[in-house]
Design a protein around this ligand. Structure first.
Ligand SMILES: [Cu+2]
Length: 649
């Protein structure tokens, strides 16, 4: 019987990392492999028990320190502290530890007694899968179904929270079948649930409820060697006009810092853009990253109801990133960057080519005009769009999320998310839609194969600093004005009524509810020459929100999906919208809790939270591997520049 050690072994292959210099860090640079080893040593020396590492990341210096360094770069001689934030399990308890690398000490070690548990790590997931695979009752169930043991692969699933008063750190292990395919996700072995206690690494529950046919292997293969080759030549767009200085990226009129975190994946910091009018770089965003991803399935059957995942806080969006493939994931002109994370024993692992950075010319137009009204002349001016993309792919089990942060010379930041990979399908007795007389919670995609309805909600933490960190959130409501016939030839027109959000409750917005509203972050202390506040607006893509009832346990845990937009005052510790301890969380930590304090947000350092959502009703084109399903949003300069910022280019 195979256990799914593939990932683990794959990452171990890359453990022959390079030892990087610890000198000349940007203070927001991720921890280097050498620093990760130092953290491992300090933490292990601190405890007499075995330590299981669940998160190690940079404990960044205070924002005020970073900003003062940015404005006085020569002060970099006094390097700010290098510290690590660690979450580890020791003797059945979750510890939050701050490690200071310069003094080689543990500054703080706090036991967390609240609800929820930290990120799972690969080591324990693989151990749980292996344990289940060798469990005699499971082997008997496999044999009873007439399946070959050596073709079975087991996977761990987080279990959510359904009102239990006491929680144990457990996962449910589900099994899949290969036998003639590599697409194991299309061949679930339904009806069997193995419950594993992760701390004790012991099976605490087993149930073989029902026998359902395993969907066929036929038609599930998706590798190119078995397909007709539809490749097109990859165009070389020429060398990128970018400079990478450590983790600081300079391209065209932009400068920003990019970093890898094992929980968030890609983190964008200190994004600023050059303003030719002012002859200076102007601050736009202090920080941007994916804070949480909520994926609730709508299937209520016993083996499925609990599948309401928080991918960032349970599995680690960074931990699940995969090396990108040159010339396939990206064009020839791409520049790559590696990422480093921590394994269960605290040692560093390397993900090569975790980010690709490349110029993109999609043959879009930045602006154009053809002037035909001047006698004897036709004047045409066209400026093609070229942008820079930072790309990562996080493969959370069956699903692949392609995340692009795209910066444009126009000042626009565009974020796109593409969903692809393999659906989570349920085995079924049905071979045709006409046979189905009951609720099956999905679409029949192939014989014995139901693609379950589900959502993907990705919430972004966007800490704007428009020309400084004192910003405000403005709703520009488009209102229809009705007129008396006697006063105008027109019966109606619309105008903009601006509303400054005073407190957090003013800034909770459900988009798509009929009203036309533009949402902006502005600096009320800075105006353009003609008197408009400088700002950026959110141009939402999808306005999809959760359809679950508010008092449903899964919705309580993913409560940040109640609104598409939230604004909170900046707080260094408020990073993870689904709570720091997301596994089996109870919704008592996270964005809705912070926002309920209803703090003042006008003329404050504020963070905009936006959720990009997908309702996914699977269709047959998603079988056996999904075509990319994309959504995006933009952050657009709005009265930020004095005029069209690319005119002088
Ligand atoms: Cu989906």
């Amino acid at each position: 019987m195979l256990s799914s050690l593939t990932n683990f072994l794959f990452f171990l292959l890359f453990l022959n990392f390079h030892i990087l210099s610890t000198q000349n860090h940007h203070p927001l640079d991720p921890l280097t492999p050498l620093e990760l080893i130092q953290v491992q040593t300090i933490v292990k020396n601190h405890f007499s028990h075995n330590v299981s590492f669940h998160y190690v990341g940079l404990d960044e210096p205070e924002k005020s320190t970073i900003l003062s360094l940015e404005s006085n770069p020569y002060e970099r001689i006094d390097t700010p502290y290098r510290r690590a934030f660690v979450i580890a399990r020791v003797n059945g308890k979750s510890h939050q530890i701050i490690v200071d690398l310069s003094s080689n000490t543990t500054l703080c070690d706090k036991v967390y007694n609240g609800s929820g548990f930290p990120l799972l790590n690969f080591g324990e997931e693989n151990a749980a899968n292996k344990l289940a695979c060798s469990y005699a009752p499971l082997i008997a169930s496999i044999e009873k179904r007439g399946l070959k043991l050596e073709e079975v692969i087991c996977m761990s699933f987080t279990i959510g929270w359904y009102g239990e008063e006491k929680s144990r750190r457990v996962v449910r292990v589900m099994c899949y079948y290969m036998d003639g395919t590599i697409n194991l996700y299309m061949r679930p072995i339904e009806g069997i649930t193995v419950t594993v206690d992760l701390d004790q690494m012991k099976i605490i529950g087993y149930r073989d409820r029902v026998m359902v046919p395993v969907p066929k292997a036929d038609g599930t293969y998706y590798k190119r060697s078995n397909q007709s080759d539809l490749r097109r030549a990859v165009r070389d767009l020429g060398g990128p006009d970018l400079a990478l200085d450590g983790h600081v990226l300079r391209w065209a009129n932009w400068e920003l810092h990019i970093s890898f975190d094992m929980r968030a994946g890609l983190i964008i910091s200190l994004a600023s853009i050059y303003d030719p009018e002012k002859n200076e770089h102007r601050r736009v965003m202090y920080r941007g990253f994916i804070s949480e991803v909520f994926v609730p399935y709508m299937d209520l059957t016993e083996e499925w109801y609990y599948r309401t995942f928080l991918d960032v806080g349970e599995y680690g969006f960074g931990l699940c990133t995969v090396p990108l493939v040159p010339l396939q994931d990206c064009p020839k002109n791409a520049v790559f960057m590696d990422g480093y994370f921590t394994l269960q024993d605290g040692s560093p692992g390397r993900i090569p080519n975790v980010f690709y950075i490349f110029e993109r010319s999609a043959r879009d137009v930045m602006f154009r005009h053809t002037e035909l009204e001047i006698p004897g002349q036709t004047i045409t001016e066209v400026r093609p769009e070229v942008s820079l993309v930072v790309r990562m792919v996080s493969t959370v089990g069956n699903y692949d999320y392609i995340v692009d942060w795209e910066i444009k010379q126009t000042g626009i930041i565009k974020v796109s998310v593409g969903l692809t990979g393999l659906l989570e399908v349920r085995g079924s007795t049905y071979t045709h839609k006409d046979q189905i007389q009951e609720e099956v919670y999905g679409t029949i995609l192939a014989e014995n194969t139901i693609g379950s309805h589900h959502d993907h909600f990705l919430i972004f933490n966007l800490d704007f600093d428009i020309d400084g960190d004192v910003n405000s959130f403005i709703k520009n409501n488009l209102q229809t004005v009705h007129l008396n016939r006697n006063t105008s030839h027109r019966k109606s027109y619309w105008r903009v009524k601006s509303e400054v959000a005073k407190t957090e409750s003013d800034a909770r917005v459900q988009l798509g509810s009929g009203a036309s509203t533009e949402l902006s972050i502005v600096n009320q202390n800075k105006k353009t020459k003609v008197g408009n506040y400088v700002g950026y607006r959110l141009v939402p893509g999808s306005v999809t929100g959760s359809l679950l009832s508010d008092d449903y346990y899964a919705q309580i845990r993913g409560g940040f999906t109640k609104y598409n937009v939230w604004v909170t005052p900046y707080n260094k510790s408020e990073k993870w919208a689904g709570g720091l301890y997301a596994d089996q969380s109870r919704g008592d930590d996270g964005l809705p809790t912070w926002s309920s304090r209803n703090k003042d947000i006008e003329d404050k350092d504020i963070v905009l939270w936006y959720t990009l959502g997908f309702h996914h009703v699977p269709c047959q084109e998603d079988f056996p591997v999904m075509l990319v399903l994309s959504e995006s949003f933009e952050l657009q300069p709005t009265n930020f520049f004095e005029y069209n910022p690319v005119l002088k280019k």
